[in-house]
Structures are given as C-alpha cells and as structure tokens.
Design a protein around this ligand. Sequence first.
Ligand code: ATP
Length: 357
Amino acid sequence: MAAITLRELTKVYPNGVRALDALDLEIADGEFFALLGPSGCGKTTLLRTIAGLELSSGGSVRIGDRDVTSLPPGQRDVAMVFQDYALFPHMTVRDNIAYPLRIKKVGKADRQDKAARTADELGLSALLDRRPGQLSGGQQQRVALARAMACHPQVFLLDEPLSNLDARLRLEARTFLKRLQRELGVTTVFVTHDQAEALALADRIAVMEGGRIRQVGTPTEVFRRPANTFVAGFIGSTPMNLVPARVRGDELAVAAVRLPVPEDVRGELTDGEQVVYGVRPEYLDYSPEPASGALTGQVVVVENLGSFSLVSLDVPAEEPDAGATTSVQVVVPEGREPEPGDTGWVTPRPGRSLIYR
Ligand code: ATP
C-alpha cells in the first residue's frame, strides 16, 4: 500500500488542450478517493497519468516513496479497472483473472491457485469456466476487479467503475465495492461524474473543473461547506440555491428579505458589498403562511420525488432590480406540497446559510 503525491502535474495534449493544469494533490495510504467533476474536466486524464498510460507534460507523480513520473505502467505497481472492463472475450473468467500474473511470469499452478482464491473472495467461484459474454454486467465488473486484485497492487485505479450497470445493480455494486475496499485497505482512486456515488463511497473527494482541483474534502465537508459556487452547484442531488445578495450593515438583503449575516463571515464583509447567498433546498422550510425572515414568491413547479417534492418558487429580487425574479428551490415533505400558482414562504434553517464573494 502507498500514498500518492502529485506535484504541479500538468498534461497538455498534442492538440493544445491543457487537460491538467499544475495540479497538486495528496492521497493518503489506504484511502478511498474520488475524482469528481463534469465531462471534460480532466478526471480520466488524471487517472491515466497516475497509471502511466499518459505521460505528464510537467510536474511529478510519487507512489509511496518512489518517483514514478517517467516509469511505464508495468513498473508502477498499480492496477486499473476500465469503464468497459476490457476483459478478453475469448478467455475464461479464470484465465482473465490470471492474465496479469501470466504477464508477470508467475508459474501456471501458482497463478491458477491465486486466480481461484481471488475469484472466491469476490463470489465468482461458480463462474470460473465461463467467458465474459456469458456473464451479467455486475459479474463482468467483479471479474475486472478480481483481475486487478490478483496481483496485489499498491494502488487501484477505477475509471467510472459502476457506469455500465443499471440503477439497481449499481447500488448493490456500490455497497460491494465499499466493503471490498475497506477489507483490502488498498489506496484506491476512482473517477466518477456522479456526485451521489462520490458522496456515498469516498473517504475524500476532489472536485475538478477545467484541469484544476476546486476543492478537496470529506463528503461531509464538500456537501456542508462547498468552497466556491462551482462546488456548491455540483454537489448535492438538488443543486444549492445561489441567490444574489447585498450586505446592509449586520444584515444581508436577499431578494426582498433581510437575513442576519452568518456568524462565520461577520467582520469579513463590507457594507454594500455584493455577494452570493447559498442555501440548500433541504435546509429551507416551506410554509403556505407568512413567516418572519422568510423569502416569499410564487410556486412555479412541483416535482414529486417520492417521499418528498422539490418545489420551485419565483422570488422577486431586491428593490433596485424590481421586476426581476430569482428561482429558489425547496424540499417539501410528502403530503405538504403546494400547487403551482400558490404563494409560499421559505425560511432558512439556522446555521445553514453560506456566503460566496
Ligand atoms: P469524461 O467525464 O467525459 O470522461 P473527463 O473529466 O474524464 O471527461 P478527460 O477525458 O480527462 O475528461 O479530458 C480532459 C480534456 O482533455 C477534454 O477537453 C478532452 O477533450 C481532452 N482530451 C482527452 N483525451 C485527449 C486526447 N487523447 N487528445 C486530445 N485531447 C484529449
């Protein structure tokens, strides 16, 4: 097992695209680490650069106490699981799992034995003589994991490991993957564009945008305290409400209401300053009756999401922007949903408001 240290890691493709931009990152020994971000932000490039499948244009990659920046993939002691699993269709499950051991010139009896033991750990023993075409998506994924595990690498690199599975299987595979990683304790980096998957699985998450890291933190940290509006808008099953606001003394003018400036930023803000007020739809309480310190507006959309609904209101903006409205979303429990056209009031829960400058 080993930590991974990236220093000023840069990757510029021959077409001039700067996929990684002087990126610094430390992944701890044994950590389950997610690279999260929108399409094209550089997640796969970062994973492939750690694996050695791409050579960096600048900066360094260390795995444990070794600088592996210029080493080929085979000498980095990492195992990568690809999005499409990349299994050999003509080989049995047994031979697929044993393949990397064959490359490492492990003797036949030994590698058959290791493949059988790894297959057993992943619940694949009954499938050893099948070919990939005779397996379900979830089983193929396990074979790909088994093949990566068989060599006992220092680092696992997983590229969108669950994206080929349907929604139900994905949940099952998620639990399985988390348990497996815990048991093995191998430093694992996985790429995902699905924030719910990253929050559910990872010890820590790096949120990327345009080849840079915008925030690194535990799921709780990036959910509760997104460092900037990009992360705030990206994390959470419903994006955070981000409303233009102005500092007015000790208060914040948000739409037509005055709210207290959150304690943690009091003293940092200047009177009259334009800021962005952030609050998650889950941390707003909806009421059909007027409430003090509440934003008020007209309900425009009610989305039924099972045990709760996501209600969107058009809230009139502050005085100087009269006529403009801003959209605010609030989570409303089952049975208390308003109708489109209703007037509603939403109150932020104490301690849940964030300010971005
Ligand atoms: P996705 O979630 O869509 O897979 P990603 O975050 O993994 O995206 P990358 O695949 O790392 O992003 O791509 C980062 C940027 O580099 C993109 O702008 C992409 O078009 C570009 N890129 C990726 N591979 C190459 C390549 N081989 N040659 C040139 N540009 C590339």
